[in-house]
Design a protein around this ligand. Structure first.
Ligand SMILES: NC(=O)c1ccc[n+]([C@@H]2O[C@H](COP(=O)([O-])OP(=O)(O)OC[C@H]3O[C@@H](n4cnc5c(N)ncnc54)[C@H](O)[C@@H]3O)[C@@H](O)[C@H]2O)c1
Length: 270
């Protein structure tokens, strides 16, 4: 295992109550960081499977502390600018600064584009794309003002590189995350802030379970188009994605910015 030094650094993770977000929080703490763990803690924005609740977020706080980091757990909906601004201020009051922003929150309500309702389109685009912009805006302004650089890592997906059948709205939003990543990278480079995206294939988290549970019968043909999304036998675990977050947030990646890094077990090589 590679060792990183995040001593004295503060990392803010969105969607941190479970899944990949929890893993990112714990892995950063294992390498010395203090972590602000944020989550909406409520099922909303058209998600068709249950999102996290406050007890999940409390479990992440415990897991970060067990890993040796200080943790601050905050309810924050990434689509709500006032909540984002408030959480960023709260994090700075508590830890003094934010060095790394891990934009991870997301929803993936299944539905073909011909049948999709506006609520699902808007909800998905708001959480997956607008949320990344709002969090990057408020943490980015703090990083600029502080003048010590920073790291922003966004969660796209293989659905940001190729179409994901039955998830056209999510595909559009995750492609948007890559465009936004490049735009942020160009605006923030002069301040020593790098901005990159990670593109995982299917990961073993509650979201993947939620997608499988909610695939309607009438989506059958679309779902069958999925084909293989992994050249290996094992499904990715959240830690596999966290490793990319750690590297992109480290000193080793100081000249890496504006990229979309597949962590996809070869899925997009096909
Ligand atoms: N699971 C996969 O196969 C997969 C593959 C590629 C990319 N991704 C992306 O990885 C990220 C993490 O997903 P996961 O697999 O851990 O899913 P997950 O459902 O287990 O976790 C997502 C977390 O985001 C939170 N969240 C949802 N809406 C929010 C909002 N408006 N504000 C704040 N928090 C909110 C949820 O409560 C939940 O705790 C997402 O961006 C997802 O799109 C997932």
């Amino acid at each position: 295992m590679v060792t990183y030094d995040f001593d004295g650094k503060t990392v803010l993770v969105t969607g941190a109550a479970r899944g990949q977000g929890r893993s990112h929080a714990v892995r950063f703490a294992e390498h010395g960081a203090d972590v602000v763990v944020t989550d909406v803690c409520e099922t909303k924005h058209g998600s068709r499977y249950e999102l996290s609740d406050e007890s999940d977020l409390a479990d992440t706080v415990d897991a970060v502390e067990d890993a040796g980091g200080d943790a601050l757990g905050l309810r924050m909906d990434v689509t709500d600018e006032a909540e984002v601004e408030g959480a960023v201020e709260h994090a700075i009051d508590e830890f003094g600064h934010i060095d790394v922003l891990a934009n991870n929150a997301g929803i993936a309500p299944v539905g073909g584009l011909m049948d999709l309702d506006e609520e699902t389109w808007n909800g998905t685009l708001d959480v997956v794309l607008k949320g990344v912009w709002l969090c990057s805006k408020h943490v980015g302004k703090h990083m600029i003002e502080r003048g010590e650089g920073g790291r922003i890592v966004n969660t796209s997906s293989t659905a940001g590189l190729v179409a994901s059948p039955g998830l056209g709205h999510y595909t559009a939003a995750k492609h948007g995350v890559i465009g936004l990543t490049k735009a942020l990278a160009t605006e923030l480079a002069e301040y020593g802030i790098t901005v990159n995206a990670v593109c995982p294939t299917a990961v073993d988290t509650p979201m993947t379970g939620g997608i499988v549970e909610t695939i309607d019968e009438d989506l059958g043909e679309l779902a069958e188009q999925s084909g293989t999304d992994n050249l290996f036998e094992d499904i990715l675990q959240p830690e596999d994605v966290s490793n990319a977050f750690l590297w992109l947030s480290s000193e080793d990646a100081q000249f890496v910015t504006g990229i979309a890094l597949p962590v996809d077990a070869g899925a997009t090589a096909l």
